[in-house]
Ligand binder design. Structure first.
Ligand code: G6P
Length: 367
């Protein structure tokens, strides 16, 4: 049956709203509620023996991989190499025996990602695939198939596939951490409880829709927009900028907060909105000083943070968006929502073709 928009104006809007449901649906295959443990599909090799992880993907799926890099390193203490597929396949990467190569794709058909998968397979890597289309080429060629259950995604700009990818990767990070003796049973329980709470945190994030729609009018006239994030929120800055340019055609750049002074700070004036993605935590102070640098140059800040972060740094911002206080393993899923909604509403203000943006394809099956 054809997928319908129902009461939504666009597929993208519907898919943003689908997220609490499809993330819950996806997590059902990855966590066990009874004993609060992470449960991965059965596989016939020993994940504890993995020495190195390689992650390859394109577009939004690549940014999900970039978040996972922070998780695999921090929680599982695994070294991670990550690249976009079109670079990876031609750069002669060093692939040692015992490596796990993870490919992330909504469609499972992106030409460069598929070619990179075959290259890794030919070079002795174990192939894990995080994919939304179970009948796709990548799904068929996987040693370890990690499906996302986002359902068909129609909007060209990926939304629900991204958060489902993050849900699977969070469970995988916890699983690898347990297998490698880096995560205690107690911590595993805590992670699982947090994952189970993700859908309600996503709903809390969606509750800001009207406020974000109102603030879209402040962003829509801009020629350039800068997104800043640190650590595992840096990939979200990249994703936010990608979403905005894809569907609103406003030039946007995602930058690591600390790298701003090495370039983009030269662009900042009162015409450049700066979207700061910064949950409270050990890196928050650093980001606050980056915000001061922006403000000193007349830059207008939209701060996306939690109550604690907003109490500390919300004053003087052009706008703020309050997210629930969440575990670092689910924060990127939750913070993805305001980032998607902001791009969506800016595109609506500009009157672009949200579901079919110019020059873009849902699945890039040519090189
Ligand atoms: C295209 C789509 C993006 C998507 C990317 C990767 O550029 O427009 O939304 O993130 O391809 O696609 P994949 O199916 O491999 O995730």
């Amino acid at each position: 049956a054809a997928v319908e928009k129902g009461n939504f104006r666009h597929f993208m809007q519907k898919e943003i709203y689908d997220q609490p449901t499809v993330v819950a649906q996806t997590l059902q295959s990855y966590v066990r509620r009874d004993d609060e443990s992470v449960a991965l599909p059965q596989i016939d090799f020993d994940l504890s023996s993995i020495k190195r992880v390689t992650i390859v993907a394109c577009g939004t799926s690549y940014y999900a991989g970039l978040v996972a890099k922070y998780w695999f390193e921090h929680f599982a203490r695994l070294p991670v190499d990550i690249d976009v597929a079109s670079e990876f396949r031609y750069r002669d990467p060093v692939l040692e025996p015992g490596g796990l190569a993870i490919f992330i794709s909504q469609s499972g058909e992106t030409a460069d990602t598929l070619a990179a998968l075959r290259h890794c397979k030919a070079n002795g890597q174990t192939i894990a695939v995080v994919v939304n289309v179970p009948t796709s080429s990548m799904a068929r060629e996987a040693d370890l198939l990690l499906p996302t259950h986002a359902g068909p995604e129609i909007g060209v700009a990926s939304t629900k596939a991204f958060t489902c990818q993050l849900a699977v990767l969070a469970a995988l990070a916890a699983h690898l951490a347990v297998k490698r003796g880096r995560m205690t049973r107690d911590e595993e329980r805590k992670v699982v409880r947090n994952l189970i709470e993700t859908p309600s945190a996503l709903n809390a994030a969606l509750a800001y829709d009207d406020a974000i729609a109102a603030m879209a009018h402040l962003i829509a006239p801009a020629r350039d927009v800068l997104y800043l994030g640190r650590g595992q929120d840096y990939p979200l800055a990249l994703e936010g900028a990608l979403k905005l340019k894809e569907i609103s055609y406003i030039h946007a750049e995602g930058y690591a907060s600390g790298e701003m002074k090495h370039g983009p700070i030269a662009l900042i004036d009162e015409h450049v909105p700066v979207i700061v993605i910064a949950p409270s935590g050990p890196l928050f102070e650093k980001t606050v000083s980056n915000m001061q640098e922006v403000r000193a140059r007349g830059g207008k800040i939209v701060l996306i943070s939690d109550a604690e972060g907003l109490a500390e740094a919300g004053e003087g911002c052009m706008a703020t968006i309050e997210m629930p206080q969440v575990h670092p393993l689910i924060a990127p899923l939750v913070y993805a929502v305001p980032v998607q909604l902001l791009a969506y509403h800016v595109a609506c203000v500009k009157g672009t073709d949200v579901d079919q943006p110019r020059n873009l394809a849902k699945s890039v099956t040519v090189e």
